[in-house]
Design a protein around this ligand. Structure first.
Ligand code: SAM
Length: 343
């Protein structure tokens, strides 16, 4: 077995650095594996008439794995699966197993609404998943049924418990705070971090897509939410750690979990953006908010082989914009909805 020193040297030697035109280190790929979802959150997806991607246009799992292999050889080391709802796509556990076993993948995570998590948590862990993000905007079953148009609160809560029982860590709960929807529950959510080892993360509502009922009039800034959470107890900052995302992280003394604030709108983190996104129909998005996409599916299905996939990755790096322009005149709301990009 190699000594600690020599294995560290090997890592440095083999790790490639992907830099974009603004010298940002790009090491994170978020893959949306489906645009189907078993909820219909009012601010995300319409109840009916959703224009779904044809099955033949979805990247197959083999194609996704091929992309992951090429991208990780070139410097991507963090992968997140999202959707739609990733757990509704058949065979997702095998995909996770394949990605977890891919050389170069140092961090693998999943974003889910939790509805099917009670059923899947054990298998996901066996497949190699170690951490998870669960989206939940209310702790009240009737309100949950209203916001999501589905009566599934109990299933989600059981999913959260299953994630903890199977020792996924951390288990992050993503809450989008919206005035008049759930802003009276902010403290209740924050208090969960006192009794459970959960990471509660408040995320600002973002202007996205056309197919939802809501257009941003209820957005609440992180600083407003932070003020309210601060009334429960002093928020003690957690210093930056490896693998940190854009959340500002805190805990309340004596709490088992932590509280994070993600502010893509009020204080954007474009200068630190390390991400690319892959849509279910195989298009690379270089910015969440921009509809400028680069076709990767055609490349994967074409005859250019891995060299062409690699070339497309570098093309995406060159195309990554400096920032999202929310709040200035250049900003234009993107067409593709969050349910098809994955957040
Ligand atoms: N189905 C999975 C889930 O619920 O986590 C993954 C996809 S879902 C689109 C990912 C996240 O995006 C959810 O936490 C959802 O609340 C969030 N989301 C959807 N539309 C949003 C918006 N306009 N602004 C902020 N977050 C949004």
């Amino acid at each position: 077995m190699a000594s600690a020193g020599s294995s560290a040297f090997t890592i440095v030697k083999t790790m490639k650095l992907l830099l974009d035109d603004y010298d940002r280190k790009i090491n994170y790929l978020r893959i949306s594996i489906t645009d189907r979802c078993n909820l219909r959150c009012r601010y995300c997806m319409p109840e009916e008439g959703v224009d779904l991607i044809e099955h033949g246009d979805l990247l197959t799992y083999e194609e996704i794995l091929q992309v992951v292999q090429v991208f990780t050889r070139n410097g991507i080391s963090k992968i997140r699966l999202t959707g739609g709802e990733p757990l509704v796509r058949k065979g997702v556990v095998d995909l996770i197993k394949g990605i977890a076993a891919t050389e170069g993948v140092r961090d693998l995570s999943l974003t889910t609404n939790g509805v099917l998590l009670g059923e899947y948590a054990g298998d996901l862990v066996t497949a190699g998943l170690r951490r998870i993000n669960i989206s939940l905007d209310t702790l009240r079953p009737e309100r949950f049924a209203h916001i999501t148009r589905r009566d599934k609160f109990k299933a989600v809560w059981e999913g959260i418990e299953a994630a903890l029982q199977h020792r996924l860590s951390p288990v992050k709960i993503n809450v989008v705070g919206i005035k008049g929807f759930n802003d009276d529950e902010i403290q209740e959510f924050a208090r969960l971090s006192l009794t459970y080892p959960l990471h509660i993360r408040f995320i600002e509502f973002m202007p996205m897509g056309e197919g939802n009922e809501w257009h941003g009039e209820g957005a609440i800034t992180s600083s407003r939410i932070m003020e309210e959470v601060g009334e429960i107890g002093e928020l003690i900052p957690i210093g930056p750690q490896a693998n940190d995302g854009p959340a500002q992280r805190y805990y309340i003394k004596g709490g088992k979990g932590e509280i994070g604030f993600i502010s893509p709108v009020s204080s954007h983190f474009c200068a630190q953006c390390n991400r690319l996104r892959l849509t279910p129909d195989g298009r690379i998005r270089t910015c969440l908010f921009s509809d400028e996409e680069i076709d990767l599916k055609g490349v994967v299905r074409g005859s250019g082989g891995e060299a062409k996939v690699e070339e497309t990755l570098h093309q995406a790096l060159r195309a990554k914009p400096e920032g999202h322009h929310i709040g200035d005149v250049r900003f234009k709301k993107c067409q593709r909805g969050m349910h098809s990009i994955g957040g």
